[in-house]
Design a protein. Structure first.
Length: 335
């Protein structure tokens, strides 16, 4: 499959590497408003540098567009690529504003092209194995999902100023993972949060860095998400599923699993990975494979546009709960 990449920053560069390494994919062209980024990626993978988005969308050689540009460009680019008849892989979130996402949905409703949103954590081997254990009946009827998602350090202020807030930027991955594990839509959300990691930054940006969120489905299944942007020990990513006849856990990842035992310490191990691209390396590769499969087989993408919209609805409901101090109906966040 022939790809064009829009956005050659940190995440775009990683996607370029994965496309180039996949024997079923070819990176045809790249574009970035910062030309030096595109130059570096193109040189590494011997592909063309497009002069504009329009050049990419009018190129008959391009079958799929991978959008890894800043969030505020996602919806516009997704619309344009879909209308141009290209299969679309768009990084999360679709947009920070739910109204804009709904407008985008209406604009592309008649476009019969595959669209995948970059919720890569569904494709993590451990998380996926946990879901498969649940589906195989190994833990019985699901009662609770517990998601721990913590970053090793608070991002720079410049990043936080445009990220859209903790729930739309970071927790949105966990909202999608919760839906994936629960197997049904959460109907109610309760959230508490505070700027515990950096109170001064919180005051300056009205931002939070520490949160706990409860989701509840119509059948009574529960999910607890806990977030922190300042877990000093590393990138902490765990999922626990509790059923009426057992439990399954998808745990953290380290560079290796050797443990040291001496007279002064026991079970000393490597620290967790400190970067999301390292922690979810296999997941990023697997989501690309899943996208190619869907396009080639003419079937819907596993993580489609509506999944992106539903995750943002949960984020909006969480913010409403945070403001009101009460449990909020997800439907109140929008249609």
């Amino acid at each position: 499959m022939k790809f064009a990449l829009i956005g050659c920053g940190r995440i775009g560069s990683m996607h370029a590497d994965n496309i180039a390494a996949n024997p079923r994919a070819t990176l045809v062209s790249v574009y970035d408003v910062f030309g030096e980024r595109a130059t570096g990626v193109a040189a590494r993978h011997s592909c063309k540098i497009a002069g504009s988005v329009e050049e990419i969308l009018s190129d008959d050689a391009v079958e799929a567009v991978l959008i890894a540009s800043p969030t505020d460009t996602h919806a516009d680019l997704l619309e344009a690529a879909a209308k141009a008849g290209k299969a679309v892989f768009c990084e999360k979130p679709i947009d920070l504003d739910l109204d804009r996402v709904n407008q985008c949905a209406a604009a592309i409703a008649a476009c019969e092209v595959p669209i995948q949103i970059g919720f890569n954590r569904r494709f993590d081997p451990g998380h996926r194995a946990a879901r498969q254990a649940l589906e195989a009946g190994k833990i019985g009827e699901l009662h609770q999902v517990i998601i721990t998602s913590r970053d090793p350090e608070i991002p720079p202020r410049a990043y936080l100023e445009t990220a859209g807030g903790l729930f739309r930027d970071m927790t949105i991955h966990d909202f999608d993972l919760a839906r994936f594990m629960l197997g049904e839509e959460p109907e109610e959300v309760f959230a508490i949060a505070a700027p515990l990691g950096d109170p001064e930054l919180g005051a300056a940006l009205d931002e939070i860095d520490t949160a706990m969120i409860i989701l509840r489905t119509a059948s009574g299944k529960m999910c607890h998400i806990n977030n922190s942007r300042s877990a000093v020990y590393g990138y902490d990513q765990r999922v626990e599923l509790l059923g009426d006849s057992g439990m399954v856990i998808s745990g953290n990842r380290r560079p290796h699993e050797a443990r040291l035992y001496t007279a002064t310490q026991a079970e000393t191990a490597q620290p967790y990975f400190r970067f999301f691209i390292e922690r979810y390396r296999e997941a990023y590769i697997a989501e690309l494979e899943a996208f190619i499969d869907a396009v080639e087989q003419g079937v819907p993408c596993e993580v489609g546009f509506e999944d992106g919209r539903r995750a943002l609805m949960l984020a909006e409901a969480a913010y409403r709960s945070l403001q009101s101090g009460a449990m909020v109906k997800v439907e109140e966040a929008g249609p």
